[in-house]
Design a protein around this ligand. Structure first.
Ligand code: COA
Ligand code: AMP
Length: 631
C-alpha cells in the first residue's frame, strides 16, 4: 500500500485504523473501541483496555523468544564503558527494581522523579515505574536545582531516583548536591530517594531518606507487571512554555504503546531484532520515545550513547558507534551534524569506518537547515529524513513514511502529515490559508493516540494553551506553510519558545530569572540565530534607577543567575545593559523587531513605536555582542 492509500484509509475510518494498529500490542483486556470523544474537545484512546507498558516493552519479547537478544547497548565514550543488556536481563532488572520500589510503598498512580544521566539504569528505572503503574517524570540532567524543585512541587513524587553524578566533557556534574538543593527548595518532600553511585563521583547519602541503588534491591521480591487502564498516565514530561512554570505533558499508556509501535516500521523502516539509535538524552521526549520506549516495544535493540557528537573523543564517534553496533536507522538533532561538519568538514573521520549497515538518517528537534541535510546526505550516502514533532505529540506529526513508501525529499520540509494528523495552516481568524501562505500550524482535533490528553493537574491550562486559540484545533505553536503537494514547511515558533541545540527553552522563563535580579528594572530575552546551536538566547536589561555598578558586572551576575536557576543547558551568555527597551505606545516590548535586527533580516518598524531612536541603541548593543553574526 502507498502512503496516500494508508493516509486515506485513516481519514476514512480513524477508529478502524487505530484498532487495527492496536492488534500489535499485548493487552490484558483488549480495547473494545479506540476513541472516546464524550468529553470533546478532550479525548482519550483505548480507555476501556487494560495493559502494561513494561510487559510490552520487555516481558513479551522474552516470552516470544527474544530473551537473548540485546535490548540495550550502552556505549559511553565519556566513561570508557560498553555493555549489553539482553531482554532476559532487562526483565530481571526491571522486575527487581520495581520490587524494590513496591517494597518502599510505591504503587500504581504514585509519581516518581528520575534525575539520571545516560546510563542503562535510567531505562531500568523508567520501565520499573511503568511495570507497577507508577508515573515517572524524568528531569534532564542539565537543569539546575530550581528547575528540579519546580517539577518536584508540581508532580509531588513519592520518590526520586537519581545518580550521584553526570559526566560532561572535561567535568563531572555532581547531581546529588543539586538534588539535595532541590528538595530543600521544594515545598513537597519526597518520602525517599534511590541513588545510583557512579565510580566517577559517589555521593554522601542522607540516612533514612537516601538508599543505595543496589542495596535497596537486596532481598526484595521481583514485581509482576500491573495492568493499568488504557488512559492511565505512563509518564509526565515537563516542557517549556511561555512562563517559568513548565507544562507537565501527560503520556497516556495505551495510545503510547500503539502509536510508537506503529512508527518503528512505518517511519523508521526497522524490523524487530534490528538496531536503532537515537542520539539524544533520556531527559527529552526523543529520549523517552526513541531511546527507551519505541525500540523496546517493537523488539529492536536500542543504543544508549553517553557522549557528544564531537570531542568524545573526536568527530568520528557517531560513525564508530553506527559501524560497531550495526545501526540500521539513526536519529539525532541537526545541531549534532553541524557540530561534526564544523570540526570535520570533509568528513575524513568517516573513511575510517564501514557504515554500510546504515539505511537512513532522521533529523528532528529543531528546523533542519538545507546545508546540514545536503552535507549529511552527501557524506553518508543514505537518505536524510527531516521530521517534525513535539513533546506534546510524542511521535512524528509530519515526516517521510520511509518504511511504507519513501517520498521524494524536498529539502527544508519535514515532508507530509502522518496518519492521525490533519495538519492545517490557519490565519489570525482561524481560516485555512492558500497553499504557500504562511500561517499558524494547527491540527484538527482529535489528536491521535499517545499524544497529550491534558497537562498534569492543569486541565484548564491545557485547554487555554492549546485548544482555545482555534476552536476545534490543537495549536502547535509553530508557524509555516503547506505547498500544493501537501508538504509542510515549519518556519518559526509563534510563542516564546526557542530551540537551543535541539533543547526547547522558554525566553519567558529566562526573563523571569533576570527580572529577579535586584538591579534589573526591566528586561527582554529573544532568540537569535546561531550557526552551531540553531538559536541562542540574548538578553537586554535596563537597570533600576540609582544603580551605579559597572554594566559588565551586572551582566556577569545575570549570566550566572540564569545558569544557577535554569541550568547550563540554557547557554545564556549574551546579555547587554541598555537604557531603554523598544516598545509600542501601549507598552509591548518589540521582541520580534529586535530578533530580526539581530538576525539581519528585513523588518518593519511598527507605526505604534514609542520612540524609534531606541532601536539605534539596540543596534549598538548588538554590535557589541558580535551580532548580526559574521560570515
Ligand atoms: N548534565 C549537565 N550539564 C549538561 C548536560 C547534562 N546532561 N547536557 C548539557 N550540559 C551542559 C554542557 O556541559 C554545557 O555546559 P557549559 O556551558 O559549561 O559548557 C551546556 O550545558 C550546554 O550544553 P550543550 O547544549 O550540549 O552544548 P555544548 O556546547 O556542550 O555542545 C553540541 C554542543 C551541538 C555538541 C550539543 O549540544 C549536542 O550534542 N547536541 C545534540 C542535541 C540533542 O541531542 N538534542 C536532543 C533533541 S533530539
Ligand atoms: P520539543 O518539544 O522539545 O520536541 O520541541 C518541539 C519544537 O521543536 C517544535 O514545536 C518545533 O518548534 C521544533 N522542531 C522540532 N522538530 C522540528 C523540525 N523537524 N523542523 C522544525 N522545527 C522543529
Amino acid at each position: 500500500m502507498s502512503y496516500r492509500d494508508i493516509y486515506a484509509a485513516w481519514q476514512a475510518d480513524p477508529e478502524a485504523f487505530w484498532m487495527d494498529q492496536a492488534r500489535a500490542i499485548d493487552w490484558d483486556v483488549a480495547p473494545t473501541r479506540a476513541l472516546d470523544d464524550s468529553r470533546a474537545p478532550l479525548y482519550t484512546w483505548f480507555a476501556d483496555a487494560r495493559v502494561n507498558t513494561c510487559f510490552n516493552a520487555v516481558d513479551r519479547h522474552v516470552r516470544n523468544g527474544r530473551g537473548d537478544q540485546a535490548a540495550i547497548i550502552y556505549d559511553s565514550p565519556l566513561t570508557g564503558t560498553k555493555s549489553v543488556t539482553t531482554y532476559a536481563e532487562l526483565q530481571k532488572q526491571t522486575a527487581l527494581f520495581a520490587g524494590a520500589l513496591a517494597a518502599k510503598g510505591v504503587t500504581k498512580g504514585d509519581r516518581v522523579i528520575i534525575y539520571m544521566p545516560m546510563v542503562p539504569e535510567a531505562l531500568v528505572a523508567m520501565l520499573a515505574c511503568t511495570r507497577i503503574g507508577a508515573i515517572h517524570s524524568v528531569v534532564f540532567g542539565g537543569f539546575a536545582a530550581g528547575e528540579l524543585a519546580t517539577r518536584i512541587d508540581d508532580a509531588t513524587p513519592k520518590a526520586v531516583i537519581a545518580a550521584s553524578c553526570g559526566i560532561e566533557p572535561g567535568r563531572i556534574v555532581p547531581y546529588k548536591p543539586l538534588l539535595d538543593g532541590a528538595i530543600e527548595q521544594a515545598r513537597h518532600k519526597p518520602e525517599f530517594c534511590v541513588i545510583l553511585q557512579r565510580d566517577q563521583q559517589p555521593a554522601d547519602l542522607i540516612s533514612g531518606r537516601d538508599y543505595d541503588w543496589h542495596e535497596v534491591q537486596q532481598g526484595v521480591a521481583p514485581a509482576d507487571c500491573v495492568p493499568v487502564e488504557g488512559d492511565h498516565p505512563a509518564y509526565i514530561l515537563y516542557t517549556s512554555g511561555t512562563t517559568g512554570q513548565p507544562k507537565g505533558v501527560v503520556r497516556p499508556t495505551a495510545g503510547h504503546l500503539v502509536s510508537l509501535n506503529w512508527t518503528m516500521k512505518s517511519i523508521y523502516g526497522v524490523d524487530p531484532g534490528e538496531v536503532f539509535w537515537a542520539a539524544s538524552d533520556v531527559g527529552w521526549v526523543v529520549g523517552h520515545s526513541y531511546i527507551c520506549y519505541a525500540p523496546l516495544i517493537h523488539g529492536n535493540t536500542t543504543v544508549l550513547f553517553e557522549g557528544k557528537p564531537v570531542g568524545t573523543p573526536d568527530a568520528g564517534t557517531f560513525w564508530r558507534v553506527i559501524s560497531e553496533h550495526n545501526v540500521r536507522s539513526f536519529f539525532t538533532a541537526p545541531t549534532a551534524f553541524r557540530a561534526i561538519k564544523r570540526e570535520d568538514p570533509q568528513a575524513e573521520e568517516l573513511a575510517k569506518y564501514d557504515i554500510s549497515c546504515l539505511r537512513a538518517l532522521y533529523l528532528a528537534g529543531e528546523r533542519a537547515d538545507p546545508d546540514t541535510i545536503e552535507w549529511a546526505q552527501e557524506k553518508l550516502g543514505v537518505p536524510v529524513y527531516d521530521h517534525w514533532w513535539q513533546t506534546e505529540t510524542g511521535f512524528t506529526i509530519a515526516g517521510n513514511p520511509a518504511g511504507i513508501q519513501p517520498l521524494p525529499v524536498k529539502v527544508g520540509s519535514p515532508t507530509v502529515a502522518m496518519p492521525g494528523y490533519d495538519i492545517q495552516v490557519l490565519d489570525e481568524d482561524g481560516q485555512q490559508v492558500p497553499h504557500g501562505t504562511l500561517g499558524a500550524i494547527a491540527i484538527k482535533l482529535p489528536l491521535p493516540p499517545g499524544t497529550v490528553p491534558t497537562l498534569w493537574q492543569a486541565e484548564d491550562r491545557f485547554v487555554k494553551s492549546y485548544l482555545s486559540r482555534f476552536p476545534g484545533y490543537y495549536e502547535t505553536g509553530d508557524a509555516g506553510y503547506l505547498d500544493s503537494d501537501g508538504y509542510l514547511f515549519v518556519m518559526a515558533r509563534t510563542d516564546d519558545v526557542i530551540n537551543v541545540a535541539g533543547h526547547r527553552l522558554s525566553t519567558g522563563a529566562m526573563e523571569e530569572v533576570l527580572a529577579s535580579h535586584p538591579d534589573v528594572a526591566e528586561c527582554a530575552v529573544i532568540g537569535v540565530a546561531d550557526r552551531l546551536k540553531g538559536q541562542l538566547p540574548m538578553g537586554f536589561i535596563c537597570l533600576t534607577k540609582g544603580v551605579d555598578k559597572p554594566h559588565d558586572q551586572v551582566e556577569a551576575e545575570c549570566i550566572a543567575l540564569v545558569r544557577d536557576r535554569i541550568g547550563p543547558v540554557a547557554a545564556f551568555r549574551l546579555v547587554k545593559v541598555v537604557d531603554r527597551l523598544p516598545k509600542t505606545r501601549s507598552g509591548k516590548i518589540l521582541r520580534g523587531v529586535m530578533g530580526k535586527i539581530a538576525d539581519n533580516e528585513p523588518f518593519k518598524v511598527p507605526a505604534t513605536i514609542e520612540d524609534p531612536a531606541i532601536l539605534d541603541e539596540i543596534v549598538t548593543a548588538l554590535i557589541a555582542l558580535g551580532y548580526p553574526e559574521k560570515g
